[in-house]
Design a protein around this ligand. Structure first.
Ligand code: AMP
Ligand code: ZN
Length: 665
């Protein structure tokens, strides 16, 4: 087998496994085996850059940074759908359809209406060439780099696909994945995202595609446009798309009559709550494509389709009590404790009240009868208060003025919705929360120590901050409840082992507000050690990619606090990693500082990925589209003609691979 054949065989195999895992949800190999094969392919591709291929499974990890998404005109307009909310409206629509078609019988394909961000994907010769957002329906943004990272989007098709077509679908964020993302945000002291739909749409516009790759997005497909298509009905189109490798949800059903359509609606009105992603209705489509063509479009939507929207489910219950939670960063969240009520298939006992403004807006009081709704949000929300049921002796809610945990007077910063407890070093949930964050999996990942033990150790007066973990002794631990000799040893060994955790994770573990995992990585890379970072000014910090004013300020504030500096000094003494290792620093320079590069074409000496890494390792930035801010275009063979034209027009120098390598060596 030649190298080329080997690479192609691996790609085929990995594609097949990707499809089984992400589209069919029935993997046949372990994650580990998959990773091993992917690594093997990655290595082969790096050693043999001439076989680079944009549709390779290795492209899924992302890494392209797009500052300005290019506008693309849709070849076929992306229409809206007419909405209906009742059976009557549906029957009226059927009558209209039959009238226009003049006496033919009509079948319908029913599909779920997925609630996410619309996308149009273009395939040429079975390869994904472009992904464009809906935009205003006439033109959208080219988000191809981000789309490539979504594992259920096939980069290369199989079977009897037409040579060129567009396929439309919806990018959704499954509910579970969304909940996990929010958990992490709350852990990082960030505000949680409102709902999966907006987060999915926002994800498509992230500038760094490797961040998109980390989000559990999915792409569900429902419609194809193009010429020379080898199917003649909506339902067959779905079957074909599925064969070629697209994810087409199994719910789609061919219905011969509107009575069957009604059954479909009834069934999914209940059953949709068991789906992994959100739906807000059903789309009923005339099945025959020829009939669709005859029916045509109104100014804004096809006449051959109708969206039937489900009602957001509501329930009525009583608000027993408003309580207040204190997070790791001191943020206060008011919580409505409700009399238990069944809503959309689950028992609801609590609802979020967000903040003081929300409470004032609803004029909500303990003892009130309230309407709760489960809409796009995971946590139910209170939509209104039934004032007619308000008890005569009801007392207006007064937002707490002091921390429920430590009694400190609460503060609220201008422009921020949340109150917070400023007693960072003396407020129990803030103290334990910070330690719990420090030991968490993505930070120091300390084995043998869990959240409950942290609370116990704190209550017993053994720890007051995360540095205290490093001076715990077995003698101190042994007398504690539920602590055997073995578990005490494990805890101490776990703490000791964390001195090997790399700098960026230690930095993340410090729990600086707004410094999540990715920001910590960027800061570690830019500053290389904590001493340099500690003296950085807000202005300097903002020069780092993706670091804005809010983060910069938070970092500066953190290091200004003397007790934080003390704790860091202690951690240093205990041997934790506070700088990048020599290996991480190897080959890193500032030679390209302040310069932005666009890479285009195929290269001979280094792979595209290596080239980009070279740029970043030398302090430069990589961008995917040419603008007046581009310093150089590095061009290999087959550079895109439109890129060349744009570079020439803007007078951006185009350099070869050799010229680039000369810049850094
Ligand atoms: P609207 O935004 O309410 O006008 O609805 C139109 C949007 O519904 C389209 O942009 C689609 O992205 C989305 N949609 C979700 N599921 C489907 C489906 N099965 N068929 C057609 N459109 C759908
Ligand atoms: Zn407090």
């Amino acid at each position: 087998m030649t190298i080329k054949e080997k690479i192609e065989a691996l790609r085929r195999e990995l594609r097949e496994h990707n499809h089984k895992y992400y589209v069919l949800a029935s993997p046949t190999i372990s994650d580990y085996e998959f990773d091993m094969k992917l690594k093997e392919l990655q290595a082969l591709e790096e050693q043999n850059p001439e076989f680079m291929d944009e549709t390779s499974p290795t492209m899924r990890v992302g890494g392209t940074v797009t500052k300005n998404f290019e506008t693309v005109v849709h070849e076929h307009r992306m229409y809206s759908l007419d909405n209906s909310y009742s059976r009557e409206e549906l029957l009226d629509w059927e009558k209209r359809v039959l009238r226009i078609l003049g006496g033919f019988t009509v079948n319908f394909t029913c599909e779920l209406k997925y609630d996410g961000a619309s996308i149009s994907l273009t395939y040429e010769n079975g390869e994904l060439v472009r992904g464009v957002t809906r935009g205003d329906g006439f033109q959208g943004d080219d988000v191809t780099a981000n789309i490539r990272t979504i594992k259920s989007v096939p980069l290369r098709l199989k079977g009897d696909f037409p040579s060129k077509f567009d396929i439309r679908g919806e990018i959704v964020l499954p509910i579970d994945g969304f909940a996990k993302m929010n958990e992490e945000r709350i852990n990082n002291g960030e505000d949680p995202y409102m709902n999966p739909r907006n987060t999915a749409a926002g994800s498509l516009k992230l500038q760094d595609s490797s961040l998109v790759a980390e989000r559990p997005l999915e792409c569900l497909l429902y419609g194809i446009t193009g010429s020379k298509l080898n199917f003649s009905s909506q339902f067959d189109m779905l079957l074909k798309a599925r064969e070629w490798g697209f994810k087409v949800p199994a719910a789609a059903k061919l219905c011969e009559t509107t009575a069957e359509v009604m059954q479909f609606l009834e069934y999914w009105d209940i059953e949709r709550h068991n789906l992994p992603y959100e739906t807000d209705g059903v789309v009923v489509k005339v099945n025959s494509l020829q009939q669709q063509e005859e029916l045509g479009y109104t100014a804004k939507s096809p006449r051959w389709a109708l969206a039937y929207k489900f009602k957001a489910e509501q329930a009525v219950t009583i608000l027993n009590e408003i309580s207040y939670q204190v997070g790791r960063t001191g943020a206060i969240t008011p919580v409505a404790n409700l009399q238990a009520v069944l809503l959309a298939g689950t028992t609801v006992k609590r609802a979020s009240l967000h903040n003081a403004d929300q409470i004032a807006k609803l004029d909500i009081r303990e003892g009130d009868t309230v309407h709760v709704e489960k809409g796009g949000e995971i946590i139910p929300k209170i939509v209104s208060v039934d004032l007619s049921k308000r008890p005569a002796n009801s007392i207006p809610t007064r937002y707490i003025t002091n921390c429920p945990e430590c009694g400190t007077k609460l503060r609220r910063k201008v422009g921020e919705a949340q109150h917070f407890c400023p007693n960072e070093s003396g407020c129990p949930p803030q103290i334990t929360g910070k330690i719990q964050h420090f030991i968490s999996r993505k930070a120091l990942d300390i084995e043998g120590l869990g959240s409950e033990t942290v609370e116990l150790l704190y209550k017993e007066g053994l720890i007051n901050n995360y540095a205290d973990l490093f001076i715990l002794t077995k003698d101190q631990l042994m007398p504690l409840e539920r602590m055997a000799e073995k578990s005490a040893e494990n805890l101490i060994n776990g703490v000791a082992a964390s001195v090997n955790i790399p700098f960026e994770r230690v930095l993340f573990g410090l729990g600086i507000r707004y410094v999540g995992e990715t920001v910590a990585k960027k800061l570690a890379k830019a500053y290389k050690n904590i001493d340099a970072l500690m003296v950085a000014t807000a202005n300097e910090l903002e020069m780092v990619d993706e670091i804005g004013e809010r983060i910069a300020e938070s970092v500066v504030n953190f290091f200004e606090e003397e007790k934080n500096r003390d704790i860091i000094n202690q951690l240093k003494e205990y041997g934790l990693q506070f700088s990048l290792t020599d290996k991480q620093l190897d080959g890193q320079t500032d030679k390209l500082k302040g310069q932005t590069f666009v890479v285009s074409g195929v290269f001979e000496k280094v792979s595209r990925t290596e080239l980009k890494k070279n740029i970043e390792d030398n302090g430069g930035k990589v961008s995917s589209s040419i603008s007046s801010k581009t310093s150089f275009v590095v061009a290999g063979a087959n550079m895109g003609p439109s890129k060349k034209e744009k570079a020439d027009k803007l007078g951006i120098p185009i350099i070869s691979e050799d010229e680039f390598l000369a810049l850094i060596n």
